[in-house]
Ligand binder design. Structure first.
Ligand code: 5GP
Length: 229
């Protein structure tokens, strides 16, 4: 992904991460976990608390689950429509998940948000992390969320009750596969307790916001740090 110039980044002077009016480019916070690992609820909580963040809405060919809304949880599209989006270059990344359904990240809203200094969270699998890390380099901060134990994960998947036994078996297999990719992530967060995990993820975000390469206004700021200015 291209990295735009200083003029397109916005100030990020929040109480948590004061940057003294310096403009900042947003980061791409790639969150992965085995299904049932907690990434969806953690990212929603962060988005609710921090107006400088948003969650990227993926497109998928899978069927809508009860309670899901088109445009909010996913863009639910047909396979031909998905393929059209891919061939028009509208996807930042896409992957075949569970060997059956396509999932992908639409590009335009992400680029627009990053340019406004908004941090975008991505609920993707390990394949999504690989593609995004390969194309977006320094914009990407990748976090892998692990369950405290295999039993905790299996119990969560069973308690969801939205899915059939067959679907649960598929998700447990996906969980095992997903966990095997933990080494491809920059940060590891073991999700023992929800509130604590939210706070630790916020600490990661706060630290990453102060990375020099994201602070587009740093040269201006430093040039003014002179006697008499
Ligand atoms: P679910 O069907 O349970 O909502 O998601 C299934 C898996 O697909 C999850 O691991 C989720 O993170 C992943 N996923 C959702 N959206 C995307 C996407 O845009 N790209 C990729 N690579 N994976 C995605």
């Amino acid at each position: 992904m291209k990295t735009d110039g200083q003029e397109s980044a916005h100030s990020d002077d929040t109480p948590h991460t004061p940057t003294h009016g310096m403009k900042r480019r947003g980061m791409m916070l790639v969150l992965a976990s085995p299904p049932g690992g907690g990434k969806t609820s953690i990212s929603r909580e962060i988005a609710k608390r921090d107006p400088k963040t948003m969650i990227s809405v993926s497109a998928t060919t899978r069927a809508k689950r009860p309670g899901e809304e088109d445009g909010k949880h996913y863009y639910f599209v047909t396979r031909p429509k998905f393929e059209e989006m891919v061939s028009n270059g509208e996807m930042l990344e896409y992957a075949l998940v569970y060997n059956s359904q396509m999932y992908g990240t639409p590009k335009a809203p992400v680029e627009e948000a990053l340019n406004r200094g908004i941090d975008v969270m991505f609920d993707v699998d390990w394949q999504g992390n690989r593609s995004l890390s390969a194309t977006a380099h320094e914009d990407v901060v990748s976090v892998f969320i692990l369950p405290p134990s295999w039993d905790a994960l299996a119990t969560r998947l069973h308690n969801r009750a939205q899915d059939s036994e067959e679907e649960i078996t598929k998700r447990l297999a996906k969980a095992k596969d997903e966990i095997s990719h933990y080494k491809e992530f920059q940060y590891i967060l073991v999700n023992h307790e929800f509130e604590n995990s939210v706070e630790r993820l916020r600490s990661i975000i706060d630290g990453e916001r102060l990375k020099r390469h994201r602070l587009r206004g740093i040269d201006d700021f430093v040039s003014k740090l002179k006697p008499g200015k």
